[in-house]
Design a protein around this ligand. Structure first.
Ligand code: SF4
Length: 225
């Protein structure tokens, strides 16, 4: 049974240029201090299952381009692979937001996925501080490799709180991504909405991004997280 915390019936912001619904799956192995859905980290947050999602999309044929799987971490539950395939078989495009914790599961779903939004949370040596997981850097790096090898369309994005990452850290992230051939990067300014409030209520602005970073990418965006 796939455990789903909720379904947003209509969104134009969760997949660039697509009209989608968004399934927020329960569960996440990491604990980022800026998480805007901390309650979704716990599997008990689930109120719906894949039966609800598949029945919902059946009523949206012709009205939506696709379905985005988000969370929490949507790849935390093994059942997601079959559900993604089922949604794809119904004729919908599938998008995926992932933190990068499950490279093998990402490999399994990519044949059915048309777009991925992948978090890159920190320079690799600072990952554990951000996620609370000693294995997170290695997993996230593998995720990025799997994604880039696949040829599936994607964006990478980094949430920036000035107490967690300095401008020099953002530079290290950006230059490493560019070196790996990443073409799309978004900087998401921290917003306190929905968080546990453990971080100071500070944010960053477009002019805080070092000017040499945006030109490293074919597509760069600064956005409110
Ligand atoms: S990986 Fe995503 S869902 Fe999990 S704690 Fe971090 S921000 Fe929240």
């Amino acid at each position: 049974m796939l455990r789903i915390a909720g379904i947003t019936p209509f969104s134009t912001v969760d997949w660039p240029d697509k009209i989608v619904c968004v399934a927020f799956l329960s569960g996440c192995p990491w604990a980022c201090p800026y998480c805007q859905n901390p309650q979704l980290r716990h599997i008990e947050s689930a109120a719906q299952t894949e039966e609800d999602l598949l029945a919902f999309v059946d009523r949206r044929v012709g009205l939506l381009d696709g379905v985005v799987f988000s969370g929490g971490e949507p790849l935390a539950q093994a059942e997601v692979v079959d559900v993604i395939r089922a949604v794809r078989d119904k004729g919908f495009l599938v998008g995926l937001h992932t933190c990068g914790a499950y490279p093998e599961r990402l490999r399994a779903v990519l044949p059915y996925v048309s777009w991925v939004g992948l978090d890159v949370k920190a320079p690799w040596d600072l990952y554990e501080r951000m996620t609370g997981s000693a294995t997170s850097a290695e997993r996230a790096r593998q995720n990025l490799d799997v994604l880039l090898e696949s040829g599936v369309a994607y964006e990478t994005r980094t949430t920036w709180h000035p107490d967690l990452l300095g401008a020099d850290d953002m530079s290290r992230i950006a230059y490493d991504l560019a070196k790996r051939g990443v073409g799309t990067w978004a900087v998401q300014a921290y917003r306190a909405t929905g968080t546990t409030g453990e971080l100071a209520n500070k944010t960053v602005y477009p002019h805080d991004v070092p000017t040499d970073l945006p030109p490293l990418f074919d597509r760069y965006e600064f956005r409110r997280a």
